[in-house]
Design a protein around this ligand. Structure first.
Ligand SMILES: [Zn+2]
Length: 474
């Protein structure tokens, strides 16, 4: 919709940030052009001219304002991404308003092929999958918020049949809708595992640092000290082949459930990835581990610490640095277990505290600076999960100390994004070399090209490549 001169001028007077990027205005008396929300003194209407782009403003001899930096903004503006983000926000707010993926495509205003491509690129998902997850998330909220009958909830969020609702809910959440509602007052609960679940790989992931201070696997009992929004808690999982029993010392069962689902990777479509690999003639990649899932870190902050600590060093040394950080800033909970450090505890450290623990000065600085961003509320880690992958990636790449490897590692291990490749990762490059029998290890460009066939499931491809040289677990 075109805005009139009067409307645009009113938006400028209002300092409307939502109009930034939609148009620019120049002031003939000062020779400057600005964003609509510029904080500089408001010009008189007779001195204002409007432009669709910075280029158009410059062409008339105007210069960019040094206060609002219209050129910088214009470079980052991304109207196509924004329209997809708006559409996804609508879907999540009112999933029942979309009968199916076709309705979503129609609403987008793009052609079907383009919409699929945009969803793949920006949300690592198909429109149908995003819609399904939006329905299930809305249902979860309704289950917790009141006592509406399950049948009504299924319909309210757009499921055609209660059995379809029930089946998808159970598959991605490990329990029935009724059992999920019971979490409101539960002190323990049980997770039903999918038939293809690989307990051996879970055990391997849960015992990857046998000296860990935060977690311990003894027989079939896994104990972990975790940081919840309410503070530290001790989580106990009793591992069975079909069911996992979950107990916890304190905190909300709903929050614990989300953590455990992430730890088990239940929301990932492992079966679809195995089918894709076979279709590509790469059955060896998934042989013996078709149900492999990426175990999400217990909190996003832990994933963030890992993604910085793990840069440029091997796994045993990374585990050692992490243990020392837990000793220095974690919360001892007795019985030899400590909860991992909360952001505020790391933010309170100085680099000199970490140098004796064998952190490099640079790594110490990055760990502490990022923890400060989180502790001061300047980086909302949980909110990153609901952003588009593109926006989450841009937000993280803007942080000092987080390069493409760390950002993609964090996105796949802690934020649940499905189509990430930690570029430059030696496990990925040596995995590709072995899988595809390449003479030389692929460089960054070759890695990008070779991994493209796995899109939008490159995170699982990465996880399989990491496991490729390992023997199958017992
Ligand atoms: Zn300005």
């Amino acid at each position: 919709m075109r805005m009139t001169h009067a409307t645009m001028y009113a938006r400028v007077l209002a300092g409307d940030t939502a109009c930034n990027g939609r148009f620019f205005f120049g002031v003939t008396t000062t020779g400057i052009y600005c964003l609509p929300a510029c904080k500089a003194r408001k010009p008189k209407p007779e001195n204002v001219r409007f432009f669709p782009t910075c280029e158009a403003a410059r062409a008339t001899g105007l210069r960019a304002c040094k206060k609002c930096h219209p050129d910088d903004f214009a470079r980052g503006a991304d109207p196509v991404l924004e329209s997809i983000e708006t559409l996804v926000a609508e879907v999540r707010a009112q999933p029942a308003a979309f009968a199916d993926a076709r309705a979503l495509v129609r609403r987008s205003g793009f052609g079907p092929t383009r919409v699929f491509e945009l969803f793949r690129q920006h949300y690592h998902a198909t429109p149908a999958d995003l819609l399904l997850r939006a329905r299930l998330d809305a249902a979860k909220q309704k289950l917790l918020d009141g006592d509406a009958p399950l049948l009504a909830i299924a319909g309210d969020v757009g499921f055609e049949s209660p059995s379809v609702f029930h089946e998808h809910f159970r598959r991605l959440n490990g329990l029935t809708p009724a059992a999920y509602r019971d979490l409101r007052s539960a002190q323990s609960f049980a997770i039903i595992l999918p038939v293809d679940f690989l307990l051996g790989y879970l055990r391997r992931a849960l015992s990857r640092d046998i000296h860990s201070l935060t977690e311990r696997l003894t027989g079939d009992t896994y104990t972990a000290a975790v940081q919840l929004s309410s503070g530290p808690s001790v989580l106990t999982l009793r591992l069975g082949t079909a069911v996992i029993q979950v107990e916890f010392s304190t905190g909300s069962a709903v929050e614990i459930h989300a953590l455990v689902i992430g730890l088990l990777g239940l929301e990932q479509d492992a079966a679809a990835f195995a089918r894709l690999a076979k279709k590509l003639g790469l059955a060896r990649l998934v042989a013996g581990r078709a149900g492999l899932r990426i175990n999400q870190t217990p909190s996003v902050f832990e994933g963030l610490l890992w993604s910085i600590i793990g840069q440029q060093i091997n796994l045993p040394f990374a585990c050692q640095l992490r243990r020392r950080l837990v000793e220095r800033a974690g919360t001892p909970l007795g019985d030899g277990l400590s909860a991992p450090p909360a952001p505020a505890a790391v933010a309170a450290l100085s680099p000199d505290d970490l140098l004796p623990l064998q952190f490099s000065r640079q790594k110490a600085g990055y760990v502490i600076q990022t923890a400060r961003l989180v502790a001061e509320g300047k980086l909302d880690l949980v909110a990153l999960r609901s952003l588009s992958a593109t926006r989450a990636e841009r937000t993280l790449l803007a942080i000092r100390g987080l390069g493409p490897w760390s950002v993609n590692y964090l996105m796949m291990r802690a934020l649940g994004f499905a189509d990430c490749v930690p570029l430059g990762d030696t496990g990925v490059t040596s995995g590709l070399q072995s899988l595809l029998k390449l003479e030389v290890r692929p460089d960054i460009d070759a890695t990008k090209r070779l991994m493209a066939v796995f899109s939008p499931a490159r995170s699982l491809a990465t996880a399989h490549l990491w496991q490729l040289p390992q023997p199958l677990p017992a």
